[in-house]
Design a protein around this ligand. Structure first.
Ligand SMILES: *Cc1c(COP(=O)(O)O)cnc(C)c1O
Length: 351
């Protein structure tokens, strides 16, 4: 692989005030597809892409992405969390968007090189990591709705702190019963860029009303709970942890899968099934709803303290982070940071 290092390194941000997604590192990885095959991956100085105004991606949105994290452990090792699963999912997204599949082993090797080149961009403090953003877009220059023949795959990385400014403070969510994120047969199962543009209006509505996130219902009946923001959602009802089953319109989160596996291994009762908003309200009213939380790579586990449905406001438990929510946060971040033994084979050590 060709590696071109930059001589003019950026000044590192204050690692105590990282926020999320604000500071890109010195280098990026690019790999182009043409004539039916991927070319070689290259690591080059981070910089602009030159885009012709007629490039397909700007008009028809044939684009997908992924998100994962690298960590530096207390003994100076560099690790990634379940990276192969992200590229398996990226290939599923590529298939849905009529884009070419990646050679997963080749891309993982290239990613590991990039992370090693950017080693000094990996923050070490509690709650921080190096966020990795792989993405792919159609780079053909033409106006016309059809899938392309040229694609660019790239990976950018950035040091990040907590996803939410107030860290693990319980969030307030608004159950959205007009706008929808995804429908069966649509692209909601894929991490395709258009999904996020389409969800902004629901997110802005929730923000205007004073909430952190919108909770999405199924598009057909507006009855069943699907996701919260760009996270999967879990409920603790009585002694059972419930999450919506992967129905075809829900993004199959890797954190969701990790949470399910950690819970099962620790003897919790878990159910993946349909859960209606009526069931949620009934469980809340009977006192059975104990906890609610979202899962996703960016925030890992995000407790929900309050939700509103049809103008009625409900406080989950005592409004604070619940026990199972805290247990999952500590366990998953502990495994990621190398503080808790990984018995699942999730942590990949690259240095
Ligand atoms: C990325 C994403 C998730 C979370 O997936 P992870 O693999 O856990 O990061 C959940 N829902 C949506 C819509 C997403 O885009």
């Amino acid at each position: 692989m060709k590696i071109t290092l930059t001589k003019t390194k950026k000044v590192k941000p204050d690692y105590g005030k990282l926020g999320f997604g604000k500071y890109m590192s010195d280098h990026m990885l690019v790999m182009d597809y043409a004539d039916g095959a991927w070319g070689d991956a290259e690591i080059i100085p981070y910089g602009d892409f030159n885009i012709d105004p007629a490039t397909q991606i700007l008009h028809y949105g044939q684009g997908i992405f992924e998100g994962l994290k690298a960590y530096k452990t207390h003994d100076g090792k560099i690790t990634l969390f379940r990276p192969r699963d992200n590229f398996i999912r990226m290939n599923n997204s590529a298939n849905r968007l009529c884009m070419p599949a990646l050679d997963i082993d080749k891309v993982l090797d290239a990613l590991y090189e990039l992370v090693k080149v950017e080693e000094d961009w990996i923050p070490t403090a509690e709650g921080t990591s190096l966020y990795i953003r792989p993405a792919m877009y159609c780079s053909n220059v033409f106006l016309g709705v059809k899938s392309g023949t040229k694609y660019r795959f790239f990976i950018a990385v950035c040091p990040v702190g907590a996803y939410y400014e107030n860290g693990l403070a319980p969030t307030k969510i608004f159950i959205e019963d007009f706008y929808t994120r995804s429908s069966i047969g649509g692209t909601g199962e894929a991490k395709c860029i258009g999904n996020y543009a389409a969800s902004l209006i629901g997110q802005e509505k929730a923000h205007k009303l004073g909430y952190d996130q919108a909770l999405w219902l199924d598009a057909k009946d507006k009855k069943y709970i699907e996701e919260v923001g760009a996270m999967n959602i879990f409920f603790v009802i009585g002694d059972t942890v419930v999450t919506p089953a992967l129905s075809g319109s829900i993004l199959p989160g890797i954190t969701r899968d990790s949470a399910l596996k950690v819970l099962k291994k620790n003897g919790y009762k878990v159910e993946e099934r349909k859960i209606s908003v009526d069931e949620l309200v009934a469980a809340q009213n009977s006192g059975e709803l104990r906890e609610m939380f979202g899962t996703g790579t960016a925030a890992v586990i995000s407790p929900v303290g309050e939700f509103t449905y049809k103008d009625e406001k409900y406080t989950v438990g005592n409004g604070q982070m619940g026990k199972i929510t805290g247990f999952l946060y500590d366990t998953i971040t502990g495994i990621q940071k190398g503080k808790i033994e990984d018995t699942f084979g999730w942590v990949i050590k690259i240095k």
